[in-house]
Write a protein that binds this ligand. Structure first.
Ligand SMILES: [Zn+2]
Length: 74
């Protein structure tokens, strides 16, 4: 299995999408077990995904929160 196909599958899985044709969950797991480069790639891709999700959440919070700034003691 080629690394680029595995990474496409990892990315799809992180996004909650279906695995691309020709890549099964078993093949994905087996490749990640044996390929440190793809494991590292998955960690980074997951961190990026979580970061983007947090950005989305804070955008929502800013939109609903009337105050915005924390109160400063004077
Ligand atoms: Zn790989």
């Amino acid at each position: 299995m080629v690394c680029s196909r595995i990474r496409t599958a990892v990315s799809a899985r992180l996004d909650g999408e279906r695995l691309p044709p020709g890549v099964t969950a078993g093949q994905l797991a087996a490749h990640l077990k044996g390929c440190a480069a793809c494991r590292l790639w998955e960690v980074r891709a997951r961190q990026l995904t979580e970061y983007i999700e947090r950005l989305g959440e804070s955008d929502t919070a800013l939109g609903t929160d009337a105050g915005g700034r924390p109160a400063q003691p004077s």
